[in-house]
Design a protein around this ligand. Structure first.
Ligand SMILES: Cc1ncc(COP(=O)(O)O)c(C=O)c1O
Length: 365
């Protein structure tokens, strides 16, 4: 069970170079509370948070690093807000490849530690991920050094790493077989927008080669503080714009367009549109996912469900629609967001007698 199940639909890599840590084939679970309470009977969560390194980026890294092995490359140069970095660090560790990651300045400590644990070299760069000019400089430096024959620049975007991105297409390839009814909408959190394009392409491959009758609407979700394309897509424009990023949501802090215009074209043509959600709303839904659905995810993941709720309230999603919200990364990735949910983590040690009294008292539900 890996992305290589779909070898014929993704970047061709000879079997002897195909690396896997068991990525892909993540569960799709029906909402038991959030959907029904919003009047939606068919809301599902795609649990990418359960992947090997805790995010869907493993699908990218599996293909990108296998492709490097096939090309005899020994040095991976990457940019990341943390999840791509952790995924590449893990697969590079398994492949014996040296991995350098330029990290967004505000990447949560847990993501930094995870990639250090895999033995990657981490470079946290001031202004990267916020200021478009610094972000552009980092990208061009990596492009310069990443073209050396022994090296590959890996960024989870079609603009830079189209081969690895075919691994992310497996989300779209997997989904139709996981539900009995055709899927109407897939809500995807978007930063650089590569994931949304990949999912649209996965469905399109099934339509072209496996007779899938209808490609669902691929809905793009951005936080208000990183609205590079969501509003433009909603207004019917063909191009997004660079912004100064103001969102606090890790993973969705991408001030440059990267795959943005491609996403406008490819997701727009599925009938999907752009959705804006506020950071507070995302944190609130992250907490609801944990408490009402038992899903422990990082804030970026909750953006998709926050947008589903807005769209349902606005009548943009019919009550009986089959809707998939992508849960893209694990709650373990971002401790401050969990602390926001639980309050400060001072957990008192109690005496046995106190514990006994507490469990003896019936809980009122
Ligand atoms: C958890 C999570 N969700 C969503 C995204 C957005 O992906 P993209 O930049 O391809 O739009 C990212 C990107 O880093 C992420 O880490």
């Amino acid at each position: 069970m890996s992305v290589w199940t779909w070898a014929e639909a993704i970047e061709p890599v000879p079997p002897q170079h195909r690396l896997t840590l068991g990525e892909g084939h993540t569960p799709l679970v029906a909402s038991r509370s959030i959907g029904p309470r919003a009047g939606l009977s068919g809301l599902f969560f795609k649990l990418e948070n359960l992947s090997a390194t805790g995010s869907y980026k493993d699908r990218f890294a599996a293909v990108a690093v296998s492709d490097m092995l096939a090309r005899g490359q020994t040095r991976c140069l990457a940019t990341s807000s943390g999840n791509t970095g952790a995924a590449l660090a893990a697969y590079c560790a398994a492949a014996g490849i040296d991995c350098h990651v330029a990290l967004v300045e505000t990447a949560p400590l847990e993501k930094c530690r995870q990639l250090l644990a895999y033995g990657a070299r981490l470079h946290r760069i001031r202004g990267f991920g916020f200021r478009p000019e610094v972000t552009a400089e980092v990208l061009s430096a990596l492009q310069e050094f990443g073209t050396r024959p022994d090296s590959a620049m890996q960024i989870s975007a079609y603009r830079y790493s189209p081969r690895g991105m075919t691994g992310v297409q497996t989300i779209g390839l997997e989904l139709p077989a996981q539900v009995t009814a055709p899927i109407d909408h897939v809500f995807c959190p978007a930063g650089g927008c590569g994931a949304a394009v990949a999912i649209a392409r996965g469905f399109r491959w099934l339509a072209a080669h496996r007779g899938l009758a209808r490609v669902p609407r691929i809905e793009i979700v951005q936080p208000r503080g990183n609205d590079t394309i969501a509003s433009a897509l909603r207004r019917g424009e063909r191009e997004g714009r660079e912004i100064v990023c103001e969102t606090k949501i890790s993973g969705l802090q991408v001030p440059n367009l990267i795959d943005g215009n491609l996403a406008i074209a490819e997701c727009g043509s599925t009938g999907g549109t752009g959705h804006i959600v506020d950071d507070d709303e995302i944190w609130h839904v992250q907490s609801r996912l944990a408490r009402e659905e038992g899903i422990f995810c990082e804030p970026a993941s909750a953006a998709a469900t926050a947008a589903v709720l807005r769209a349902a309230a606005a009548g943009e999603v019919p009550p009986d629609a089959v809707v998939v919200a992508l849960v893209t990364g694990s709650g373990f990735k971002d401790a401050p967001s969990i602390e926001r949910m639980t309050g400060p983590a001072a957990i008192p040690v109690v005496e046995f007698a106190d514990f006994r009294r507490a469990v003896a008292t019936p809980t009122t539900v």
